[in-house]
Write a protein that binds this ligand. Structure first.
Ligand code: OVM
Length: 402
């Protein structure tokens, strides 16, 4: 076998965290994929991948691309993290595995069955009340935020007081994976207050019996994790479980409001609801990116990523790579979206995805049964975030079904 000498990667001076790219990242993603399998982002001194095959392979290779140095731009080996690292997201085997197993069990489809009836009733009630008020509303607060905030903190066992802190805490956290730009600076003043509240909710005494939080403490009592680890595992639920589902639902509602034929299709075949949510996650990628760190000189494509360097994995670009997907920009319920990397891939593959899917299924099913048509009814507004593709406002008009 012959091996050619590694060539330096193409260089881009674009800012993936700047306002232009955050407003519409698709042209940047296309340019990244076209430039090559690995690109150097000169602005931040990091590498980037945007093609499906390489992103997928790197997510699978946890030995070559570690998470323990942080999955944001800053390297925990040289810069202190802003909070104690996550035991799941920012850890590698073997440390990662026991906390992961606790959540795999607690959030398994089987374990979630007991929630379905309650979550269905909550979705039906929310949609009924909304439609009783009128046929125009902002789908972000009225549905995408209201529904997860109604069911998820209850399921964790978080007290009713202070729940309004969950979204802004997550917004800061997801900004903090990026550079220290204006988005991070604007969130910083509230951070002490938000962190104090979240950390207090992770304590055993703060968590209601029967919830995921109590389940994590029970796993510590059984010796599956330590009692020191328990609050940090609860923190992962509160960190990763709110903004992601809110913006996943907002993306789904936006997709349907702009694709009336697909909404008709869902109404005709409600069993497509799970495919619909996955296709929306592929199409919009609510979590756009995460970093990894090279543990050795890793050869990718024709280039070498040197040991210790950060690599930005563009989940969103991979999810629309024409090398992998037919007509990737089309939101289409007839495609098979499985294999998308919107929930990541490999050992860190979203452990809460069954929770997210159940929320989406309950809400969309209730909506599809009650709403014949949904369309955008005013100026939409993006919410810029260094990691999330998010909506700030999504005014819609609906035609209730009779
Ligand atoms: C965590 C965490 C935080 C943010 C995101 C995430 C997408 C996990 O604290 O474990 O996964």
């Amino acid at each position: 076998m012959t091996t050619t000498a590694p060539a330096p990667p193409p260089v881009s001076d674009a800012d993936p965290f700047g306002p232009e790219v955050l407003e519409d990242p698709l042209p940047f993603h296309a340019a990244l994929r076209e430039a090559g399998p690995v690109v150097r982002l000169s602005r931040y001194g990091v590498y980037a991948m945007g093609r499906y095959a390489e992103v997928h392979a790197a997510l699978r290779d946890w030995q070559g691309f570690e998470s323990g140095a942080g999955v944001g731009l800053s390297n925990f080996r040289t810069e202190a993290p802003w909070r104690p690292p996550s035991l799941l997201l920012e850890a590698d085997p073997p440390r990662h595995d026991a906390p992961r197993r606790v959540l795999v069990d607690l959030l398994s489809p089987r374990a979630l069955r007991r929630l379905r009836e309650r979550w269905t009733a909550a979705a039906e009630d929310l949609v009924d009340r909304l439609l009783a008020e009128g046929d125009e509303f902002d789908a972000v607060p009225a549905l995408a935020e209201a529904y997860p905030l109604r069911v998820f903190p209850d399921a964790v066992g978080v007290s009713p007081e202070g729940r309004e802190n969950l979204l802004p805490y997550g917004e800061f956290l997801f900004n903090a994976f990026g550079p220290h730009n204006d988005l991070v600076a604007e969130g910083a003043p509230r951070l002490p207050e938000l962190s104090a509240w979240v950390n207090a909710q992770c304590q055993r005494d703060s968590l209601a019996d029967g919830g995921f939080g109590a389940g994590i403490w029970a796993a510590a009592d059984r010796g599956e994790i330590t009692h020191e680890q328990a609050p940090l595992v609860v923190r992962s639920l509160l960190s990763a479980g709110v903004d992601t589902t809110v913006h996943g639902l907002a993306a789904t509602l936006h997709a349907f409001a702009t694709h009336p034929d697909q909404w008709r299709r869902l109404r005709a075949r409600p069993e497509l609801v799970r495919v619909a949510f996955d296709e929306a996650v592929r199409w919009a990628s609510p979590v756009q990116t995460f970093f990894r760190t090279a543990t050795t000189d890793v050869r990718v494509g024709g280039t070498v990523i040197p040991h210790g360097e950060k690599i930005l994995m563009f989940l969103a670009a991979a999810n629309r790579d024409p090398r992998r997907w037919d007509d990737p920009d089309r939101f289409d319920l007839s495609r098979d979206p499985s294999g998308h990397v919107g929930f990541g891939f490999g050992i860190h593959h979203c452990v809460g995805q069954h929770v997210a899917r159940l929320e989406a299924e309950c809400l969309l099913t209730a909506l599809a049964a009650r709403v014949e048509a949904i369309e955008v009814a005013g100026a939409t507004r993006r919410l810029h975030n260094n990691t999330l593709r998010a909506w700030g406002s999504l005014p819609v008009r609906v035609r209730p079904a009779r």
